[in-house]
Design a binder for this molecule. Structure first.
Ligand code: FES
Length: 177
């Protein structure tokens, strides 16, 4: 009788411990998205400077590792930018970078027949510097932070962009949190 009782208690305690051990990774998995902190975007290389024609905007796809609630997508396309290489007043290379997403409702911005840009969804036109000329867009094209860096290996100059998306349909340039 005593042995049977011991076996019942032992089985109950052992089963509880196993259930607890199995529950820990399950709970951690379920709450993982809550523990993920949004890091601010970092500069990333998007193109060698010499690959950009001078004065003519070039569209470049941005890729990055992406994560939704539970799935990791390595090196997938997350957006695109317009890059325009030009010389500043001192004759040095500079690059302008704009989002390709229209600030109105998010359609893609294309090159226009002249030097500017256009969004065909609701006919917003932008000049060559991204300023809004006409249409419902509440502001000009969103500019992104850019810097030029030299690669240590071969001193090639790279264009690096801090990619981000902006809120649509407002007159303020605010980054999406
Ligand atoms: S989305 Fe571009 S003008 Fe409306």
């Amino acid at each position: 009788m005593l042995r049977r009782r011991f076996m019942v208690i032992f089985t109950a305690v052992f089963s509880s411990m196993v259930a607890l051990l199995l529950a820990i990774p399950c709970v951690r998995f379920l709450f993982a998205p809550l523990n993920r902190h949004h890091k601010p975007a970092e500069f990333q290389r998007v193109a060698p400077l010499t690959s950009l024609p001078e004065g003519t905007p070039t569209r470049i796809t941005i890729t990055a590792d992406r994560q939704d609630a539970f799935t990791h997508y390595p090196k997938s396309a997350i957006g695109s930018v317009w890059l325009r290489r030009r010389h500043n007043a001192a004759g040095l290379d500079e690059v302008d970078v704009w989002q390709t997403i229209c600030p109105h409702l998010g359609c893609g911005i294309e090159r226009a027949a002249d030097d500017g840009f256009t969004c065909r969804c609701h006919a917003s036109d932008f000049d060559a510097n991204g300023q809004c000329l006409s249409g419902p867009s509440p502001r000009g094209m969103d500019k992104l932070e850019v810097r030029l860096t030299s690669a240590e290996e071969n001193e090639q100059v790279w264009v690096e962009v801090r990619y981000q998306q902006f809120e649509l349909g407002t007159s303020l340039q605010r980054a999406k949190s």
